[in-house]
Ligand binder design. Sequence first.
Ligand code: ZN
Ligand code: ZN
Length: 265
Amino acid sequence: MKLTADLHVHTFLSSCARADALPENYLKRCPEEGITTVCFTDHFWDEGIPGASGWYRPQNLAHVMRLREPIPPEYEGIRVLYGAETEFIGSRMSQTEGGIVGISPQTAKNFSFVLIPANHFHMKGYTIPASVTDASDIRLWMIDNFNEAARVSLGVPTGIAHPFEPMGFDKAVAPAIFEAITDDDYRGCFSLAAAEDKSIELNHSVLDSPFYEEYVRIFSIARDCGCVFHTASDAHTPASFSRHDSMARFAERCGITPDRFLSIK
Ligand SMILES: [Zn+2]
Ligand SMILES: [Zn+2]
């Protein structure tokens, strides 16, 4: 199998990306990677929604829309899509029913694809209290946030970014987190995501992960639940826009066939 789309790529407009993360530099790498569709998904918080952190506040609509003018929707045979990776603050943190997503359906109309990260737990004190360190507690946060994010309805194709990646937790606790979340937990989450038309992300971070085999198990369950998928280098510099062939092998290991990938009209 060959993967031809990468729907999670950061440009220089993301505060955490490198200065060389220019759209052209990614597009030049597409032929050697076999990629014919790229979606740029910079970090984004809609200024119409209260609750932006200081980090998100400058990464607003006017900021991410700066990408549009110089880059045409087609570049030497490569289809270019404009998306966004927003933020999600679950009800456990926000005390708001259903949680808070950092983009409104109205604003989402500006994008072809929106990514909702349900587990940006490296943002301590914003997405999760720093006091949550126990694997059994982290399990509950992961599951509840995933399910709430899956229920968000934006009216545009939407994916769940890097699901169940234990971001922001001590490496020592990661095995216990994977152990705490059962196959039935995953089945519940992914069945909901399938019913709610959310694309499940195959993030390149799994390729380097010591939990590669664990992720094979997780995404095989997602496949069984009927999910659709998208691939994501999540590159923050063009050098990381790579290894789409390795991701294709990972998808094959999970039994995910080409017809199961999200197609954006
Ligand atoms: Zn992310
Ligand atoms: Zn990202």
